[in-house]
Write a protein that binds this ligand. Structure first.
Ligand SMILES: C[S@@+](CC[C@H](N)C(=O)[O-])C[C@H]1O[C@@H](n2cnc3c(N)ncnc32)[C@H](O)[C@@H]1O
Length: 377
C-alpha cells in the first residue's frame, strides 16, 4: 500500500476527537463489551490480539473477561495513550501495547492467538480499508480454531427519501429555494451523505449487497461488489437516494443457550451510531406510488489508486423498463458515478463532532468527499 496513504490514515487517528466519537458511541462500545464479556468463559486464560487498539478499551474488556495475555497493537501515536489507560486500569501485566502496524508485528516464539478483536469498520463498512489489516493478522497470528470478534459482516442497501436534504430549502426566511436546492444537489451529486435515515423514510425492504465471513474471506474478495435489484415501493414517497449500512455479528461461544448472538447494527432500525447511514443522493427525485417499481444497480469497487477508499456507482434503470421490470434484463441508461474518499476530511475518518456547517466553514469541500450531515439530528 502507498505509504503516504498509510501515514495520513494513521495520523488521522491521532486526533482525540475521533476516539471521543467512538467511545461515546454507546451502541458500538456497549455491543463490543457485551460480545466480549458474554463470552468470558471462552476468553478465560486465552491469548488475544486487539488489532488497532486505539485507546485500548477493547483490550481492557478482554482482560476483564479473563484473557491471560492481550497484544494491543496500534500503529498511531495513540499507542502511548493506550499504555497509560492500561496502567490506569491495572492491566499492565496482561495487556502489552505494541506501537506498530499489525503487518510489521512479530510475536515472541511466533505464538498464535486464540482470538482477534478489532473495530475496523468504516462508513458503509469498508471505507478506510482496515479490514485488510485484520485479515493479515488472521493469517499471521490466529490459531486454526481461533475466533474473530466480530466474525462476519453484511452490507445492506435500500431506496429511501432524504427529506432533511430537501425540506430545509422549502422555506428560507420565507423564500422557497427549491431551484437552488436542485442545482446544489446536482453540483454535489458525486458525494455520498453520511446521514441518519428514519425508518419511515425507507421506500422498501433492505437487500444485502454482500456478506463477509472474516474467517474465510481474502483481501481480494473485498475488491468489488455488485447488486442489481428491482422492487416495488412499499409506500408512496419521494425516491431520493440509496441508503447503505451494515451489521456485524459476534461469535456466541458461551455454553449458555439463553445468550443470543450479539449483533452491532447500524441501519435505520438500529440504535443510532456514529456511522449513521451512507446515502447516495440521486440528482433528481422521483415521486412514487405504492407498489411502483424501483430498479437500480449498485457497484462498490475499490479505488485503484487508494485501496482505503471505494467508488460507489448507482445506475438507475430506464423508466420504460421499470414499468415492466424483468430483473435479468435490466437496461441501464443513466449513470451516476459517486466517488468516496478515505477521509471525510483529512483529520477525521469517522466524522468528528463538528456539524457539517462548521466543517464547511473551516474546510474547503474536496470534490468527492463524503459529507456528514448532522442537520437531520
Ligand atoms: C476505529 S479505531 C478503533 C480503536 C479502538 N479499538 C476502539 O474500539 O475504540 C481503529 C484503530 O486502529 C488503528 N489501526 C488501523 N490499522 C492498523 C494497522 N494496520 N495496524 C495497527 N493499528 C491500526 C488506527 O490507528 C485506529 O486507532
Amino acid at each position: 500500500m502507498d505509504e503516504t496513504v498509510n501515514t495520513e490514515y494513521f495520523e488521522s487517528y491521532e486526533d482525540l476527537e475521533i476516539h471521543r466519537l467512538m467511545l461515546e458511541d454507546a451502541s458500538r462500545t456497549a455491543t463490543y463489551k457485551q460480545a466480549i464479556l458474554s463470552n468470558a468463559p471462552y476468553f478465560k486464560d486465552k491469548v488475544v490480539m486487539d488489532v488497532g487498539c486505539g485507546t485500548g478499551i477493547l483490550s481492557i474488556f478482554c482482560a476483564q473477561a479473563g484473557a491471560k495475555k492481550v497484544y494491543a497493537v496500534e500503529a498511531s501515536k495513540l499507542a502511548n495513550l493506550a499504555k497509560e489507560v492500561v496502567k490506569e486500569n491495572n492491566f499492565e501485566t496482561i495487556i502489552e501495547v505494541i506501537h506498530s502496524k499489525v503487518e510489521d508485528v512479530t510475536l515472541p516464539d511466533n505464538i498464535k492467538v486464540d482470538a482477534i478483536v478489532s473495530e475496523w469498520m468504516g462508513f458503509y463498512l469498508l471505507h478506510e480499508g482496515m479490514l485488510d489489516s485484520v485479515l493479515v493478522a488472521r493469517d499471521q497470528f490466529l490459531k486454526e480454531d481461533g475466533h474473530l470478534f466480530p466474525e462476519s459482516a453484511t452490507i445492506y442497501v435500500a431506496p429511501c427519501s432524504v427529506p432533511s436534504l430537501y425540506k430545509q430549502w422549502d422555506n428560507v426566511h420565507g423564500v422557497s429555494m427549491s431551484a437552488f436546492s436542485k442545482q446544489l444537489r446536482q453540483s454535489k451529486y458525486n458525494k455520498p451523505e453520511i446521514i441518519q435515515i428514519h425508518p419511515e423514510d425507507l421506500l422498501g425492504p433492505e437487500i444485502a449487497l454482500c456478506w463477509i465471513d472474516l474467517k474465510e474471506n481474502k483481501s481480494a474478495d473485498l475488491d468489488s461488489f455488485s447488486l442489481q435489484h428491482v422492487l416495488g415501493a412499499s409506500r408512496a414517497g419521494a425516491y431520493q437516494g440509496i441508503s447503505v449500512w451494515f451489521d456485524c455479528v459476534f461469535p456466541d461461544l458461551s455454553q449458555d443457550r439463553e445468550e443470543s448472538q450479539m449483533i452491532l447494527g447500524t441501519g435505520p432500525f438500529s440504535l443510532p451510531t456514529h456511522w449513521k447511514q451512507t446515502v447516495i443522493v440521486l440528482p433528481q427525485e422521483q415521486l412514487l406510488e405504492p407498489g411502483e417499481p424501483i430498479a437500480f444497480q449498485l457497484d462498490m469497487t475499490r479505488d485503484s489508486s487508494n485501496c482505503r477508499r471505494y467508488n460507489l456507482q448507482v445506475t438507475l434503470q430506464d423508466p420504460e423498463v421499470v414499468e415492466h421490470p424483468t430483473p435479468c434484463t435490466c437496461h441501464m441508461t443513466k449513470c451516476i458515478i459517486i466517488k468516496t474518499f478515505m477521509h471525510q476530511h483529512p483529520e477525521q475518518p469517522r466524522g468528528g463532532e463538528k456539524n457539517s456547517d462548521e466543517r464547511r466553514e473551516q474546510q474547503p469541500i474536496l470534490v468527492d468527499e463524503p459529507i456528514d450531515d448532522d442537520e437531520d439530528e
